[in-house]
Ligand binder design. Structure first.
Ligand code: SF4
Length: 354
């Protein structure tokens, strides 16, 4: 059987090339893009400004798949919604909408599962299943954009911080970011993206060369190599010092402040001494630290520190002149930590969603 090509995730000029093979005029590409991306229509037969014959040809040769909702959780304060979104093959990922004071922010997944094995993260418990395509990452955002549009709202910023290591799915991730920037899709400034990496040094350097003003976030989580390797196995490949040097290159090339994510785990990495070590590491850098009290991962026996410990850690950094914020505990009641909703569903033996 002939595999149908997916038009979803293509730029207008690429759609034009794809449909030209079937004698469909290139100006139709914009109409198709508007149906798929702006109106959220996947069914070619309902794209009513196209001639019937074109609609039939499109349906015979192409797909335009979006996502289907497999699960949804709302936080008690109504500010966070977590979706479990499934693609055509049944693979499902988590996507989170956070209604912040400065606008609606969406956290997307870039892979199904994750190979990185970070100790505190539920997304990696089942390993990696596959990369997502640029269109599949985009479909997560546009699904939510269409929900928001019904309330007269829109997506204001995107964080690539869900399941997956974005820099190990580089081409698809960059396609996704560039698609979002297109006027006919979201018209989103590159400044409104934050890409979070566990520290893939060649990927950081490659990103640097793109010359896009994205915010880079480094998942640090420990101030020394020994502990970081225990929490994040990738540290055995790209050590803390190499990652810090790559982040410095990114900061000096882009002129943008790098965010350092630091998940606070009770009695593991949350002492005042460790805060001082972290402060020494970041002193004088164009840096911002984001402290994230861990959402307990029962499978790994990791606990959230008491408020006092979080406060002492923050104070120690502030006293060294480091910019620091403590992430508001958005959605803790719906297990906003990455991967926990998907993991729950998998554990209920619902293999269709794998
Ligand atoms: S924290 Fe990110 S990189 Fe680490 S296992 Fe989870 S999804 Fe993968």
């Amino acid at each position: 059987m002939m595999m149908k090509r997916d038009l979803y995730g293509l730029f207008i000029p690429e759609i034009a090339v794809a449909i030209a093979e079937y004698g469909i005029e290139s100006y139709r590409a914009r109409q198709i893009a508007e149906w798929m991306y702006q109106r959220g229509v996947a069914d070619f037969s309902t794209m009513t400004n196209l001639p019937l014959q074109h609609r039939q040809q499109l349906a015979a040769h192409f797909n335009s798949t979006g996502v289907t909702v497999q699960g949804q959780q709302e936080s008690a304060d109504g500010k966070t919604t977590k979706y479990l979104l499934a693609f055509a093959d049944g693979a499902a990922v988590e996507t989170v909408l956070m209604r912040q004071a400065y606008g609606n922010s969406i956290c997307v997944s870039t892979q199904v599962g994750c190979a990185m094995g970070c100790l505190f993260c539920a997304s990696t418990l089942g390993g990696i299943v596959r990369d997502l395509t640029g269109g599949e990452i985009l479909a997560q955002v546009l699904y939510i954009q269409h929900q928001l549009a019904q309330q007269g709202q829109k997506v204001n910023s995107i964080v690539l911080m869900g399941a997956g290591e974005p820099l190990l799915n580089y081409d698809n991730v960059l396609r996704f970011i560039r698609l979002c920037h297109e006027k006919y899709i979201l018209n989103l400034s590159y400044r409104n993206f934050t890409l979070s990496t566990s520290g893939i040094v060649p990927g950081i350097d490659r990103l640097c060369k793109e010359d896009l003003p994205l915010t880079l976030a480094i998942s640090l989580h420990a101030p020394d190599n020994t502990l970081r390797s225990k929490l994040m196995p990738i540290n055995n490949k790209y050590s803390l010092d190499e990652v810090m040097r790559a982040a410095d290159r990114y900061a000096s090339h882009s002129g943008r402040r790098v965010t350092y994510e630091y998940t606070l785990i009770d009695r593991v990495n949350d002492s005042v001494e460790q805060a001082r070590q972290l402060g020494m590491l970041l002193k004088g850098k164009l840096a911002n630290v984001n402290l994230i009290p861990v959402n307990a991962v029962p499978e790994r026996g990791l606990l959230r520190p008491a408020k006092e410990r979080v406060n002492s850690f923050e104070k120690a950094l502030l006293s060294m002149g480091i910019n620091v914020t403590v992430r508001r505990e958005m959605g803790a009641d719906i297990q906003a930590a990455c991967g926990q909703l998907r993991q729950q569903v998998l554990e209920k033996n619902e293999p269709a969603r794998l």
